[in-house]
Design a protein around this ligand. Sequence first.
Ligand code: ADP
Ligand code: MG
Length: 706
Amino acid sequence: MTWNTCELRIEGMDCADCALHVQEQISSLPGVDQAKVLLAAEKGIVTFDPNLTSLDDIKAAVAAIGYRARAMDEAQPAAAPTSARLFSIIRLAFVGVIGLLALLEIVAERLGLLEPVVDLVPAPVALAAVLIGGYPIFKSALLGLRARSINVDLLMAIGIVAAASIGEYVSAALLVLFILIAHFLESFTTDKARAAIRELVALTPKQARVLRQGREIEIRAEALNPGDIVIVRPGENIPADGQVIDGHSSVNQAPITGESIPAEKGPGDEVFAATLNELGSLRVKVTRVGANTTLGKIIRLVEEAEGAKAPVQRFADRFTAYFLPVVITAAVLTYLISGNIVFTIAVLVVACPCAVALATPLAVVASVGSAARRGLLIKGGLYLEALARVDTVLMDKTGTLTLGKPQVTDVVATTDDRTAADLLRLAGGLERYSEHPLAGAILSETERRRISLPQPQEFVVVPGQGVTAHLEGQAILLGNRKLMAAHGVSLPSTLEERAIALEHEGKTVVFLAQGDVVLGLLAVADVIRPEVPAAIAALKGLGIRHLLLLTGDNERTAAAVAAQLGVDYQADLLPQEKIAVVQQLQAAGRKVAMIGDGINDAPALTQADVGIAMGVAGTDVALEAADVALMRDDWSQIPEAILVGRRAFRTIKQNISFGVVFNIVGISLAAVGILAPVMAAAAESLPDVAVFLNSSRLLRAPKHRQ
Ligand code: ADP
Ligand code: MG
């Protein structure tokens, strides 16, 4: 069986409850394997069997419950939405005028200024307002009923009809007015939350100047292909990800990395779509376009962030699921006990599950969206909540704590007949195809000394130990003591003493052996990133007491580095042992964040509650593997991520509690007649506004408390 996966634009969803309904509706179609509906992104991602259902079936099913779905590339129907919007504005204005008059009347009546004889709003006019204004509410209630689901509009419709049926036309008109206002506020709120995503999408480059048959032509950026050569003039945005082949310039990468200091770019350097070329002209060979660019991936991950639900949201989901039946029961009970239809109406119209349903997605989208603009990508509410709860931070050493650009400092040969250059030649040959930071150090040293390297055969990487290969017919090993021991290589005591001394200086020592005979050692020193000490202090300031360095490097080197930073350490760990350390801490009840480069450490990052990968811009594997991806190599983003998580989680809890308390208090007051229906309807939009105002604070960066 073949599955099709398609993305649909879904319009008309104002509330998380709506998204849930649409998702259930699509999932109920035969042949649909999976449906994920994202409120903030206004998107549905559906996997279906094309033999059993079609895109048109899905669209029809969505339309049947009152929303609009269209394929992503399908043009937006031009006339309909504008006229629909105009119509809804006219409707709101009309009902608004009637409502105002009615309010005036009520106030005047209270003050005794006007004899009730003079009805400012005659009954037929009020009834007309109810019918015209209430049309969308009635329609949505009926569509819901047809799909056998109870929605909020059904409660409202019952309330309005009940009020009208006891002759309270003016009250019914006022109910309609306030419900329309609440709807309007909800759509406004959801729309504002989408701003964070829209701003990212707006960064997508539009135009590109490409070389075709030797001529420069302007095309739309999305029409570029990998392999194209584009020309980027000063002041222009780079239209796609690529590699500079000609020219020098400084490029402002803030849209991707959040880093405002421009980066110097020249031939061979990687550049990203949407970054700004400031000074010189660049020729760039395109490697990735559109959705495959780093920016495209960031947008997709932010859009899908609301899919990774925080545990706290499960409470909200359960609340919304049981809410409507509970309200109906409360209304029936109110009627049975008090016999008062007005009280019953008030119970029906005060109910507002949307605030609770909106509580998490709004806060998540606002936090994730604004963090993404600062180069900090958090992949959903699940990780915001985990970040908020983190009490233990584990960090990898090589390439993470250190610059990952180590340099060879010492080369020691065991016998006089081999020179340092001989050792470097063999070591360089072994490391030619290795991606380890140590390999980088050795290769740049051989390059500096212009040593030409032999070609390795049967090249093998032993994670956490080193590399082996055949060079010119000889078996050669390069790595730590574990690797030497595994191949029966013994280390003479003079060499071992030398190694220990170097390690006490914080240097990493690797041994070179041919067969089972050691030829010497290479010492490599790596510099700790300059911003690390401040970031560690900030983490301690945030109350994170357990900071632990995990490394495959040896005890002495690890101790030297850990002492410099004031953190604990565990050394001599193989990659699978790093996972075991994470598991042990988790079993002891710790919430663990692990920071690594996302490539060597991917398994430990996955095991941790939050896996944070550094400097992932342009590295797809790390971007996909991490729960939190830092676009640049900057440790100050780690305390910031924790702050973002804590703030979001706090806001979500506030939002949910406010929504729940409002409903309990509101329904209780309505049931005993303290809250009149019109007041109840007016109060209904209060929690939406509160949730919105509370969540929009998250659009700003947190203030560092360092
Ligand atoms: P860390 O945990 O500090 O990031 P790794 O687990 O990547 O370190 O590697 C641990 C040790 O294994 C290194 O210190 C080095 O001794 C050895 N090693 C790993 N890969 C290589 C390599 N490509 N060349 C030489 N030695 C290596
Ligand atoms: Mg590493």
